[in-house]
Design a protein around this ligand. Structure first.
Ligand code: URA
Length: 240
């Protein structure tokens, strides 16, 4: 890996590209203890880069489990709504993005990373990575609905949905609490599946993606780094 010094510092969240150029010019940045030639100087993994005496080590990939709250969009930039990245500090690395999308009103587990390859594999329709949702839906979900979800539903796509596992958790007078596991990620898929059995999703929360589970110790809007075990099992989910 060879990377421009200003990009290295900006990616590691030291500042914006123009801020870090200033820091380099002001001699606040050292590479292996020496003043670098300029922002364009190339650095490698084995180089020691410091800013105001603090070593800035290079982490190629980072993985965060984010509890997406309702009201924010699964994007890195939006002119009207808060984005998932608005929940990370301003000085955070600049190359993070959410893996896949949850609707603005959907809550729950969203993986935030800069690892494009893992993201691609998790989202690939060929990999059938499971996504599990908790939902409150209008009306009373029946065993017949469970069978229909298992058999595949027509939601206006070329093909019916792949078999999905619907579990009825409890029935209220006019609504039902359910858990649904799907292996696809079509646009508004869960909402459209319930529409196909004449029900409306009133509340939706993703609670798992592959082996990765939402950490209930997190509050909506909070995030934490994935553990090594979580990352390994998530990678495993994409190996089939
Ligand atoms: N299915 C939906 O309908 N919405 C989501 O946000 C996720 C899955």
């Amino acid at each position: 890996m060879q990377i421009r010094l200003d990009k290295y510092l900006a990616d590691m969240g030291v500042g914006t590209r123009s801020q870090v150029k200033q820091y380099i010019r002001k001699k606040q940045v050292l590479v292996n203890g020496s003043i670098p030639k300029g922002p364009e100087q190339k650095v490698e993994r084995r180089d020691t880069v410091s800013f105001l005496g603090k070593v800035i080590s290079w982490q190629e990939y980072e993985y965060f489990l984010f509890y997406k709250p309702a009201g924010c969009v699964s994007a890195v930039q939006d002119n009207y709504h808060r984005t998932v990245l608005d929940y990370f500090p301003k000085n955070h690395r600049k190359d993070l993005f959410p893996v896949g999308r949850l609707d603005i009103d959907t809550e729950g587990l969203l993986l935030i990373t800069n690892d494009g390859e893992l993201s691609h594999r998790l989202l690939s329709p060929k990999k059938h990575v499971t996504k599990t949702y908790f939902a409150r839906v209008s009306g009373r979900v029946t065993e017949e609905d469970v069978q229909k979800f298992a058999g595949g539903l027509e939601i206006g796509e070329k093909k019916p949905t792949l078999p999905a596992c619907l579990k009825i958790l409890s029935l209220e007078a006019e609504a039902s609490l359910v858990e649904l596991t799907i292996t696809e990620g079509k646009f508004h898929q869960v909402k459209r599946m319930f529409e196909a059995v004449e029900k409306k999703v009133l509340y939706l929360k993703r609670i798992a993606m592959g082996e990765l589970k939402l950490d209930e110790a997190l509050q909506p809007g909070e995030y934490r780094e994935l553990t090594e075990e979580e990352l390994m099992s998530l990678r495993k989910s994409t190996m089939q």
